[in-house]
Design a protein around this ligand. Sequence first.
Ligand code: MRU
Length: 360
Amino acid sequence: MANILPFNEVTLQAIKWENGKLQVLDQILLPAITKYVNVNGVEDGWKVINKMQVRGAPAIAMVGCLSLAVEIMKENYMDKKTLHQDVEGKLNYLISARPTAVNIKTAAEYLISLLNKLTEDNSISAEEMKKRLLDAIDEMLEKDVSDNRSIGNYGAEEILSTVHKDHLVRVLTHCNAGSLATAGYGTALGVIRSLHSKESLDQAYCTETRPYNQGARLTSYELVHDKIPATLVCDDMVAALMKNKNIDAVVVGADRVAANGDTANKIGTYQIAILAKYHNVPFYVAAPRTSIDFDTPSGDHIVIEERSEREMTHINDQRIAAAGIQCWNPAFDVTPASLITGIITEVGVYKPEDLIKLKK
Ligand code: MRU
């Protein structure tokens, strides 16, 4: 049964996880309808991620892992080998739901390495191994929120110390890298939240972010919810915005940061970075270390998801593009490291060329 909140009741909680029950806020319906859908296992988890009912790289990772938790909680594993094989197979399946965001792959690798360790430890039973795995998944949720708060703080300090000391700042963001894309607080939107809480923000600007409209539907919703002074612009207004409105910094999220700092994020990010360079506006990527993929040497190696043309040709069921036109709908683009001023992580701000210092 879906859970629809009363009209006017808004929430920024993308993921509800209580007593082994998982629900996600259906982001396709926002902001008009606030409805939670049940996720009863891995198959449901794959579907809500693939359909973008839940989206944003960290939220994808968490819902994937929690959908696995829902399923394994119900199982009684005969032995550790069966548990190991089952979990590994399901994680690999979940990774395939959307190819560009790396966080779910990072989470899967972490859980598989934990399984390897527990399998080797003869003092641990299959039941205990299952419990440790579930605890590790629980901890991910808490860590995501605390990492985002650190990202918010580091990002705000960076912008205030290097960009402007003498006036309230104006920051542009793209897509939605907020509470709705994470376990809470957000990455790029976390930086904006932190600037606002320090009373240092004049105005946040967010782009519409066609074709899925994460900016118009989701980032606007979060900014209005938090009463942060904010203005929406269409994607094609960014050059004019930078020329006319004294933007102090751009902060965006990331789906995958390659080892050299090239960053895949929502389609349109690359053109904003080019415009920022032209207008001398610092361009920041806010991302937890789980978004950095040291196995991918540069952006050329990142697989870019292409989505259905219906996202472009229709709004809800209404066709807005001429029937018969061909469409190209890449969901992400890659911003080269040379256009990125800094990558704001939970352990500090790094120049793209210094990211390698974070490799474990
Ligand atoms: O297609 P989406 O909505 O999943 O894309 C989301 C983004 O591009 C975000 O900027 C990114 O995942 C970071 S979310 C903290």
